[in-house]
Design a protein around this ligand. Structure first.
Ligand code: ADP
Ligand code: MG
Length: 237
């Protein structure tokens, strides 16, 4: 991979002047408007804001799933601009963990296998993958459920597996989009506690999009998205 490495100075995730527009009728819709963001290793930046304000777009750009109109994304010291599509997906696979709102687990696989599959995609051998998957299931409190399939697990347990799976590649950056929206308050709180603990233990630079303001105490920084602009949080948490 031909890349520029600036690891010594860059935080795990840096967005600089990101603007993203979508075609909208005759004009364009600005989903992200000159967004800057630095997320150091081992910290959580929470992003709150109304529906449609650009939060998921921000994660899609940070995940290199969407290429912005302008601006730069630096992931674990690697500038994404100029990478080929293949290098971009490799960088994503190796350095980024993504947790979407609804756990997208494969119905026929056990909890352990959901995790092992990730290592397989990465071309790693089965033996190391199995012990790593078991260790991560233990870290999210589901060692006893390793042999269960998704339909035998609660919504909260499925979301925990989703999080463990995102950590299988030991990502530098963890991107989490409204992880508690399908959960009741108590289970949601437990999932956020888990994300906070794993962020510290594993040193990920975590961006947590949430509309649930009750658990923002876990965050090192809280930012508000308004019409594609990212700014300091207006109200005290
Ligand atoms: P949020 O996650 O805060 O609800 P999004 O990032 O999903 O916001 O959306 C921001 C804006 O961009 C919205 O107006 C949305 O309709 C628009 N948008 C998002 N994705 C697309 C797309 N693929 N094509 C066109 N418009 C989009
Ligand atoms: Mg969204």
């Amino acid at each position: 991979m031909t890349t520029t490495t600036t690891q010594s100075v860059a935080p795990n995730l840096r967005l600089d002047g990101i603007t993203l527009t979508y075609p909208d009728g005759d004009g364009t819709l600005t989903a992200l408007d000159r967004v800057d963001l630095d997320v150091p290793a081992g910290t959580i930046t929470a992003v709150v804001g109304p529906s449609g304000s650009g939060k998921s777009s921000l994660l899609a750009v940070a995940a290199t799933l969407v290429t912005p109109d302008s601006g730069s994304v630096v992931l674990a010291g690697t500038e994404v601009n100029g990478l080929s599509a293949a290098d971009r997906s490799r960088l994503r696979r190796e350095r980024v963990g993504i947790v979407f709102q609804q756990p997208s687990l494969l119905p026929s696989l056990t909890a352990l296998e959901q995790l092992q599959v990730m290592a397989h995609l990465d071309g790693r051998g089965p033996r190391g993958a199995r012990s790593q998957a078991a260790e991560l299931l233990d870290a999210v409190g589901l060692a006893a459920q390793a042999g269960r399939r998704p339909h035998q697990l609660s919504g909260g347990q499925r979301q925990r597996i989703n999080i463990a799976r995102a950590l299988m590649n030991e990502p530098a950056v963890l991107l989490v989009d409204e992880p508690t929206s399908a959960l009741d308050h108590e289970r949601g709180a437990a999932v956020l506690d888990l994300i906070a603990r794993l962020t510290r233990e594993r040193g990920t630079a975590t961006v947590l999009v949430t509309h649930d303001r009750t658990h923002l105490a876990e965050a090192d920084e809280v930012l508000t998205m308004t019409d594609g602009r990212l700014g300091a949080c207006a109200s005290a948490v």
